[in-house]
Write a protein that binds this ligand. Structure first.
Ligand code: GLU
Length: 510
């Protein structure tokens, strides 16, 4: 049977979306697009106690910012499978769990939390301290209680849960597209709760039922869900849906930069990089976590970086547009082992994207920043500034910091350079240079360099030794783009005036 590829991203709205979650969404999206299929956003909000205000909006906004746009799903309009919030699909699940009760692959359990705790205590030493094929025999459930007793309890409205009845001896085979076959013996599994008397399904039941109803063909999700996969496979079997069971692909973890353990929120705080796509403010704790968007990352750079954390296109290509990633994507190239996050490499991606932007695109940003600081300049001047600083910037929001001296004379001078390089010979050199610049007709980089060198040599000084202090005199800072190009662009009159100013401010130092 050839079914249309349908994949889903199914986060629980329990907080902001971690970048690992964005990667899961991205791989699902790439896979769907590659195969001409659909990508769906489903919100798994059955555990109301873990619901976090604003998390749903955050997830939707993050996907939009990244350009990972679902074909259908919460916040994106629907197809025939709406609604896409599990809390609004509550009425759908009961019939399936009743089907399991009828075919005796699930049962009612009436145990109180205290009774379960006592059971755990009792079986602690036996390695079977969970609710399973051994312990269920000693508990209050529809397998041990007489039928009329079960009916009486149900009729009187006593709280219950419905548990899956995991068989004693069965090999459950999970075919994983990344990991190969994973075989789990049913004796290792427990009788997970599927449904509660408040009418809410648990994650496992809702997840499987919805994947079935939404005609999902491939489940691509984080490695942390691998232990749940045998139960899901077993549920497909019990519900008679084996023929349409999706294929599974469990993605490797995103690891800390040092490689030991999962990348967490705390690593971001510790090492100074965001772990969330967008800034997140937790109104309960008052804590704010940084986001890639607010830090100034381009969404294209962010997702390009993320795509390569656990997948490679089979060659050394690193910079890829979304369309190129779609074309090259394949599950076979997803690695089994965890991918180490690299903050420096992440910045590098942004820098590459910045360099690939046209000057016209970058100009808008520079113009806005210049204006915000109370200055103005002609378009062609701004464009030339962009040309010079483009190579130096990682982020657009650094433009003003990198270029302010193109718009105003410096008010401070880099102290380290001044201390090291403002030697006895420098004031005289600067005033000679002022004179020599004055004589230049065509104030371009080539002429400036020639005059600079000539002036230094005529005083028996090494031009190379004077470049940095000259830069500080005209810009205030110790480094920047090509020095003589910078000088030319700032212009003859302004440079001469800045040299005069630097001289009068710094001359008393020696
Ligand atoms: N709700 C689960 C999560 O929060 C979804 C797991 C799955 O994709 O099956 O990640």
């Amino acid at each position: 049977m050839n079914r249309k590829v349908r994949v889903r991203f199914a986060p629980s709205p329990t907080g902001p979306l971690h970048m690992g979650g964005v990667r899961t969404a991205l791989y699902n999206f790439l896979f769907a697009k590659k195969h001409g299929g659909d990508f769906i956003l489903r919100l798994e909000d059955t555990d109301q106690s873990r619901y976090v205000q604003g998390a749903e909006e955050y997830i939707i906004e993050s996907l939009k910012w990244c350009g990972i746009v679902p074909n259908e799903g919460q916040g994106f309009g629907g197809g025939i499978h709406a609604p896409y919030r599990q809390s609004e699909r509550k009425h759908l699940y009961k019939q399936y769990v009743m089907q399991l009760i009828e075919n005796e692959t699930a049962y009612y359990a009436f145990d109180t939390p205290e009774e379960i705790e006592a059971m755990r205590e009792r079986f602690k030493s036996t390695n079977t301290a969970s609710y399973n094929y051994v312990t269920r025999e000693a508990m209050k459930n529809s397998l041990t209680l007489p039928k009329d007793e079960v009916n009486r309890r149900l009729a009187s409205g006593e709280p219950y849960v419905i548990r899956i009845k995991i068989p004693r001896k069965e090999e459950i085979r999970v075919k994983d597209l990344i990991r190969g076959n994973v075989v789990v013996h049913s004796s290792q599994m427990d009788d997970k709760v599927l449904f509660k008397s408040d009418g809410m399904p648990t994650y496992h039941l809702a997840n499987v039922v919805d994947d079935y109803l939404m005609e999902i063909t491939h489940v691509i999700r984080g490695e942390e869900w691998l232990p749940s996969a045998p139960l899901h496979v077993f549920l497909y079997k019990c519900l008679g849906w084996e023929q349409v069971m999706p294929e599974f692909a469990h993605l490797p973890l995103l690891l800390k930069p040092e490689g030991n353990g999962k990348l967490s929120k705390r690593d971001g705080d510790r090492l100074g990089f965001p772990v969330f796509p967008l800034q997140w403010h937790d109104s309960n704790t008052g804590e704010t976590n940084a986001g890639y968007r607010e830090k100034g990352y381009f969404p294209e750079a962010f997702i390009n970086m993320l795509a390569l954390l656990g997948w490679n296109p089979g060659n050394n290509t690193e910079i890829m547009s979304l369309q190129e990633m779609i074309n090259l994507f394949s599950i076979e190239r997803i690695s089994k082992s965890g991918a180490k996050f690299d903050a420096a490499k992440t910045k590098w991606f942004n820098q590459q994207y910045l360099r690939n932007k046209t000057n016209a695109e970058l100009l808008v940003a520079l113009e806005a920043q210049v204006k915000a600081h109370g200055f103005a300049a002609a378009i062609d001047y701004l464009e030339k500034v962009i040309n010079l600083i483009k190579e130096k910037a990682y982020f657009i929001n650094e433009f003003w910091e990198l270029s302010n001296y193109f718009f105003k004379s410096p008010t401070t001078y880099d102290q380290d350079v001044v201390h090291k390089k403002w030697k006895d010979s420098v004031p005289h050199f600067i005033s000679q240079l002022e004179q020599a610049f004055y004589e230049i007709d065509t104030f371009n980089a080539e002429e400036i360099e020639k005059v600079f060198k000539h002036t230094a040599q005529s005083l028996d000084l090494s031009p190379g030794q004077l470049m940095q202090i000259f830069r500080v005199c005209i810009s205030g800072v110790s480094s920047g783009p090509a020095l003589f190009e910078t000088t030319a662009l700032i212009g003859k009159t302004e440079i001469i005036s800045r040299l005069g100013k630097a001289l009068s401010q710094l001359k008393n130092l020696v």
